[in-house]
Design a binder for this molecule. Sequence first.
Ligand SMILES: NC(=O)c1ccc[n+]([C@@H]2O[C@H](COP(=O)([O-])OP(=O)(O)OC[C@H]3O[C@@H](n4cnc5c(N)ncnc54)[C@H](O)[C@@H]3O)[C@@H](O)[C@H]2O)c1
Length: 442
Amino acid sequence: MSTAPEVTVAPATGRLGILTPGMGAVSTTFMAGVLAVRKGLAKPFGSLTQMGTIRLGKRTDGRVPTINEFVDLAQLPDIAFGGWDIFEDDAYEAALNAGALKKEDLDNVKDELEQIKPMKAVFSKDYVKKLDGTWVKTGGTKWDYAQAVMEDIKNFQAENNVDRVVVVWCGSTEIFLTPGDVHANLAAFEEGLKNDDPGIAPSMIYCYAALKMGVPFANGAPNLTCDFPAMYELAKETQTPICGKDFKTGQTLMKTILAPGFKARLLGVSGWFSTNILGNRDGAVLDDPESFKTKEESKLGVLDQILQPDLYPDLYGDIYHKVRINYYPPRGDNKEGWDNIDIFGWLGYPMQIKVDFLCRDSILAAPIVLDLALFMDLAKRSSFSGLQDWLSFYFKSPTVAPELYPEHDIFIQQMKLKNTLRYIMGEDQITHLGADYYDYYR
Ligand SMILES: NC(=O)c1ccc[n+]([C@@H]2O[C@H](COP(=O)([O-])OP(=O)(O)OC[C@H]3O[C@@H](n4cnc5c(N)ncnc54)[C@H](O)[C@@H]3O)[C@@H](O)[C@H]2O)c1
């Protein structure tokens, strides 16, 4: 049974601009994929907004619309693409270089991709040691660059006739930074922009510019970017949704699928060793210890939260968890991730599980970019602002309110996401209690 909607959702009329700082493997795979789907050349596999369904009401009601029918989302033909990069290559050239998609697939959408030319980046090698680009804004303070990004967004909107914009960070992983005084509140942060404070990384400048304009911002990398009080304050002030961080793909996706299962069956875990080889630009950036540290922090938290060693000390109190990423150029974007999992069961008898995931990172990440952009636009039209915990489903290291722990279990995350959609539309939450169908109590 549905009730009156809790939330008023402004209609998704007109065009939606999706801007990505960073037009590398993930971003161009996302763009090429949406363009191919739009032409009827491919199906949007992996995208919840395009292929997912949602059950409404009782199991006996038979109401299972697609998510796209259930909530008012921007439609693929209404999307315009744009972005920034430190290299001048258009999206076609960048996609060819990235090597995530085959040339023949890219050639089907070549004309459209060639039209997508990056705007000049806000960049400093101090924050991504392994990259050097020429297509960058120069000669200003961090404050000036923030104004310039706002100008870029306005120009993009005017040139592409778009009504709404969403920004999804698809740029490289920056060095590990921790929040300091400059991140503590908005006034300090704005002061820091004017004084070129070293605590302010380029990704933060894009995020500040977007939020200042009321443009939703999602962070696909593990960078600090929007994960501190000054940004939360700005997001509230301008009523803008933010979310992050680090797209959940590959090995961490597998971890958050497997670990909840072990815990559900009370199987102990004594060790989980994860190693990866990858050879794309992301791999080269992660070869730098400072960028790797940012990634490592993001990857390590997952098991601790899911397995709850404090609640289950006998099962998970002594777990040895290690994550390695090795840059290995021959593999390109086709990563291989190995997991060796040492588990134990009844009477403590040990067992081993080996996972060898021959994975394609950008193929897993591209539909996440699409879903995040569409859901962040929905959030904005629903007058949601600040951290969007319900989108934790898409992240390795979900950003949550300071007093909360992040939820990593993918099945809980999925329920949270779908229940948020039900809440927006005034539908009953689904608890899976099942008491409606049986006479348990009589
Ligand atoms: N592929 C995945 O599965 C996955 C999963 C989680 C997170 N990520 C993160 O997503 C990001 C993108 O991954 P990718 O595989 O596309 O990497 P990539 O190296 O192919 O692309 C990143 C692009 O960002 C550009 N860039 C760097 N700094 C910039 C700046 N300040 N402004 C504008 N552009 C900038 C680089 O020139 C590059 O073209 C990385 O941070 C990566 O860690 C990827």
